[in-house]
Ligand binder design. Structure first.
Ligand SMILES: [Ca+2]
Ligand SMILES: [Ca+2]
Length: 434
C-alpha cells in the first residue's frame, strides 16, 4: 500500500523508476571499484621497473619535464613531415616517369613516317598483328612517273581497298585530293565514288616541276569521304618523298593509308627581323623589317598584315607590342622598332614570339604565320637568337620561314600572363590608402 511516502534522497524531478536506475548505477560503481583497483595494482607491479628507469633517465636530463616532452613532440613531428615528403616525392617521380615515357612514345611515332611507315606497314602475311593495334584506314594503289624533258610529274590514282567506313550505313563516299608540297599551287581531285569502300578511280594528274624542285618535294594523296550536308571527313593520307623514288621507270605500288598529318607544310611566307641586345642597359630591341610571300586571307588574293611582337618569360606571356597595319599586300615593309627592358638574367629564360596577322575590319583577325626565337627555339631561330647574344650591342638581321600558329603553339605552349609589377604596386598602394 503506497500510503506513506518515503523521504527521497533525490531531487523531486526524478520519479521512482529513475531512482531505481540510479541506485543500480551507484551499486554497480561500488562493486566495480575493487576491479579497477586490481588492474591499477597489476599495471603498477608490471610497469614499475621500466617506469622507474625512464624516471631516472628524465631526472638525469638537466631540463624541466615540459621541455623534454616538447623536444620529443617536435622530434616526432619532424619525422612525420620527413616521411610525408618522401611519400610525395615518390608519387611525383612516378608521374614524371609516365609523362617521359609518353613523350618518348610520341617522338618514336614522329620518327615513323613516310618511307619507314611504308616498309613497316606493308601487308605481309606474318605482319597481321602489327596492323591490328592500329586504326585501319585502308590502302591506296598509286603510280608516279616523271618526264624530265617536259619537267612533268604524273601522279596516278588507281584504286583503294578496305577503306574505313565513315558514314552511318557502314560505307564511305571516297575521293582523293592530290597536291605537291611545298609548292601546293595546284590541287587536283578525283571524282567522288558513292557508297563504296573499294573505289576504282583510274585518274591521272600532271604537275609542272623542275628536276631540282622534284627532289625537294613530297607528293600528298589524301582520301576523303564526301558528305553532302556536312564537312568532308578525311579517311587517311599518303606522303611520298619524291627524292627517294627511282625515276628510271614508272613506279606503282599499294600503300597503307596513314593518319593525316597534324600540320600542313604549306608556304606561309617569310619574315625579316633584326635583334639587338645591350646587356649593360638591359635593353632588347626588335626591329620588324619586312615580310614576303604571305598567305592571302581576303577576297581578291591579298591580306592586311600586321606583326605582333610578344615576349614570354618562363613560358608565360609577358610583354606585347604590334606594328602598324599594311593594307592589301602580301609583301609588307615595316621597319618598325620595339625596345623592351630585359635584364641579363631574364634574357636566358625568355622567348620572343613573332606572329603575322591579317587585319579584318568586320570579322576576327586571322593568324597568318608565326615563329619563336629564344632558349626553347630550334634550328634557324635558335641560331639567330644565339648570334644576337654573342654579338652584344650589334643588330643582327635574318629572314625566317613562317610556320603555322598551331604548330608554334604546340611546341611553345604559353601560360597565362605574368602580372605586371607596376600594376601590382598601384593596386597595393590604392588598398593601403583606403
Ligand atoms: Ca559520306
Ligand atoms: Ca583582311
Amino acid at each position: 500500500m503506497p500510503a506513506v511516502h518515503q523521504p527521497s534522497p533525490f531531487p523531486p524531478l526524478l520519479n521512482d523508476s529513475h531512482q531505481l536506475a540510479f541506485e543500480s548505477i551507484t551499486n554497480f560503481t561500488v562493486t566495480s571499484h575493487p576491479v579497477t583497483s586490481i588492474t591499477a595494482a597489476y599495471t603498477n607491479t608490471t610497469a614499475s621497473p621500466a617506469a622507474s628507469f625512464f624516471n631516472d633517465l628524465l631526472n638525469k636530463i638537466p631540463l624541466p619535464r615540459w621541455a623534454i616532452y616538447a623536444v620529443f613532440a617536435a622530434g616526432g613531428l619532424l619525422i612525420l613531415i620527413c616521411c610525408l615528403c618522401i611519400c610525395i616525392k615518390c608519387c611525383c617521380k612516378g608521374k614524371k616517369k609516365n609523362k617521359k615515357q609518353h613523350k618518348d612514345e610520341q617522338i618514336n611515332l614522329k620518327g615513323v613516317n613516310g618511307k619507314t611507315t611504308a616498309a613497316l606497314v606493308q601487308p605481309d602475311v606474318g605482319d597481321v598483328d602489327y596492323g591490328s593495334t592500329k586504326q585501319q584506314r585502308g590502302k591506296l594503289l598509286y603510280s608516279l612517273e616523271y618526264n624530265a624533258g617536259l619537267s612533268e610529274l604524273t601522279v596516278g590514282i588507281k584504286q583503294a581497298n578496305s577503306l574505313k567506313a565513315m558514314d552511318l550505313g557502314g560505307s564511305s563516299d571516297p575521293y582523293v585530293k592530290v597536291y605537291i608540297c611545298p609548292d601546293k599551287s595546284k590541287t587536283c581531285e578525283t571524282k567522288v565514288l558513292r557508297s563504296t569502300l573499294s573505289p576504282v578511280f583510274n585518274e591521272q594528274f600532271t604537275f609542272q616541276l623542275s628536276k631540282s624542285a622534284l627532289l625537294k618535294s613530297t607528293a600528298v594523296m589524301k582520301v576523303f569521304d564526301f558528305n553532302r550536308f556536312s564537312k568532308h571527313d578525311i579517311i587517311g593520307e599518303l606522303r611520298v618523298q619524291l627524292c627517294s623514288v627511282d625515276w628510271n621507270h614508272v613506279m606503282e605500288e599499294w600503300q597503307d593509308l596513314a593518319e593525316p598529318a597534324k600540320f600542313e607544310e604549306e608556304n606561309l611566307g617569310e619574315i625579316c627581323i633584326s635583334l639587338r641586345y645591350v646587356p649593360t642597359a638591359g635593353k632588347l630591341t626588335v626591329i620588324i623589317l619586312e615580310a614576303k610571300d604571305l598567305k592571302s586571307m581576303d577576297l581578291g588574293g591579298t591580306s592586311d598584315p600586321y606583326v605582333k611582337v610578344q615576349l614570354a618569360l618562363d613560358k608565360r606571356k609577358w610583354k606585347k607590342r604590334k606594328t602598324s597595319i599594311k593594307k592589301k599586300t602580301l609583301n609588307p615593309y615595316y621597319n618598325e622598332s620595339f625596345t623592351f627592358d630585359v635584364t641579363f638574367e631574364q634574357i636566358q629564360r625568355m622567348n620572343l614570339v613573332i606572329s603575322v596577322w591579317d587585319h579584318d575590319a568586320v570579322t576576327r583577325n586571322d593568324a597568318m604565320g608565326k615563329i619563336f626565337l629564344g632558349s626553347d627555339a630550334m634550328g634557324n631561330q635558335l641560331r639567330h637568337w644565339a648570334d644576337m647574344l654573342s654579338n652584344p650591342r650589334r643588330p643582327v638581321a635574318q629572314w625566317h620561314t613562317l610556320l603555322s600558329a598551331e604548330q608554334v603553339n604546340s611546341t611553345l605552349p604559353l601560360k597565362k600572363k605574368i602580372p605586371v609589377p607596376s600594376k601590382l604596386v598601384e593596386t597595393t598602394q590604392r588598398l593601403i590608402s583606403k
